[in-house]
Design a protein around this ligand. Structure first.
Ligand code: FAD
Ligand code: NAP
Length: 323
């Protein structure tokens, strides 16, 4: 077991964690970023990113995150291949976190940037057929359905983007949405409706994922959310794209959360109720959940961390001088 000490410990390596690291490193806090199971975060499972400022042409999500990581390392960030399994916030700064590797991380400030993870429907067959036709990532698994029939469940930006992406592989993409309108941005909806490979089933919910004889996904059992009428849809692949839940299990009972599990912060700041603990990105943002807002709040966390440490150092010097 190794103990890694730093002025600034960051959990998470998405746009929020890496932006905090870039600012933290430039401020001399020698940050450590513990990357978790998804180095680079959610953008690594998408393709085109066309709304992150600074790029006139469309960039690819994994490439963008690779650049952010290199930038963070270039200015002095240490990246750790580890996942935090436990945090101790009870005694204030310094904060101790334990990694899956058995290593321990000690930070004078803690920046939580654990983001969000895909939600599942929680209906029969979904878990059993995971990896056998049921997926939550079209860019990861879409390739396996070349020339086959697929469905996407959801009505937000992710669902529409996933459906559009899948048309690169599949001639027959059905979007299943529980209401009669999408919440996705208009520009994405326009592209979807213009694509001849896509068909939309409105007011339908998936009740069950059913296997074919060979044990992989065979069809979906659907219910009409208005009339209650039942139907089935034969598909080879189904992509669940119904949003994301914040990754906050680590902090249960330790930090305040809202009803949906997002970390609560002082409004307009990344400050949690514990001095020296900051939260940034999707883990504390129920509303915007964009790469640029995650990066922005990551920057804010680093600036507030720097102020916290300056005040702490000053108070400690004063205390020593008074002895
Ligand atoms: P995340 O990107 O979720 O990163 C969280 C990080 O925390 C990961 O590195 C993970 O490994 C780490 N982590 C979690 N738990 C632990 C732990 N216990 N220990 C250590 N590390 C941990 N936004 C846009 O602006 N433009 C887009 O085009 C766009 N496209 C998207 C496409 C898809 C398919 C999805 C799912 C999202 C998209 N978004 C887009 C939203 C954007 O990806 C998120 O808003 C952004 O990634 C949030 O950044 P984050 O740093 O807060 O968290
Ligand atoms: P989202 O905006 O929360 O949308 C989730 C969709 O899934 C909604 O249409 C919702 O239906 C549906 N849904 C939720 N629970 C369901 C259930 N149990 N059964 C059936 N349907 C269900 O999530 P998202 O699309 O993943 O987007 C998350 C965030 O990332 C957003 O802020 C989004 O803007 C951002 N994002 C941005 C881009 C981009 O900028 N290009 C791309 C992807 C994601 P209702 O509509 O009925 O609620």
């Amino acid at each position: 077991m190794t103990t890694h000490k730093t002025r600034m410990l960051i959990i998470g390596s998405g746009p929020a964690g890496l932006s905090a690291a870039i600012y933290g490193a430039r401020a001399g806090m020698e940050p450590i970023v513990v990357q978790g199971l998804q180095p680079g975060g959610q953008l690594t499972i998408t393709t085109d990113v066309e709304n992150y400022p600074g790029f006139a042409d469309v960039v690819q999500g994994p490439w963008l995150m690779e650049q952010m990581q290199k930038q963070a390392e270039h200015v002095g960030t240490r990246m750790m291949w580890d996942t935090i399994t436990e945090v101790d916030l009870a005694n204030g700064s310094p904060f101790v976190a334990k990694g899956d590797s058995g290593d321990e991380y000690v930070g004078d400030v803690l920046v939580i940037a654990t983001g969000a993870a895909a939600k599942w429907l929680g209906v029969p067959g979904e878990q059993e057929l995971g990896g056998k036709g049921v997926s939550a990532c079209a860019t990861c698994d879409g390739f396996f359905y070349r020339g086959k029939k697929v469905a996407v469940i959801g009505g937000g930006n992710t669902a529409v983007e996933e459906a559009l992406y899948l048309t690169n592989h599949s001639p027959d993409v059905t979007v299943i949405h529980r209401r009669d309108s999408f919440r996705a941005e208009k520009i994405l909806q326009d592209r979807l409706f213009a694509n001849e490979r896509v068909n939309v089933l409105w007011n339908k919910a998936v009740e069950r994922f059913m296997p074919a004889e060979n044990g992989t996904l065979g069809h979906l059992e659907l219910v009409d959310t208005v009339t209650g009428e039942k139907s089935t849809l034969e598909v080879d692949g189904a992509f669940v794209a119904i949003g994301h839940a914040p990754s906050t299990e680590l902090f249960a009972g330790k930090l305040e959360m809202d009803a949906s599990g997002y970390l609560k912060v002082e409004p307009g700041t990344p400050k949690t109720a514990i001095p020296g603990v900051f939260a940034c990105g999707d883990v504390m943002d129920h509303t915007y959940r964009q790469a640029v807002t995650a990066a922005g709040t990551g920057c804010m966390a680093a600036l507030d961390a720097e102020r916290f440490l300056a005040e702490k150092d000053f108070a400690e010097k004063e205390a020593v001088a008074a002895e």
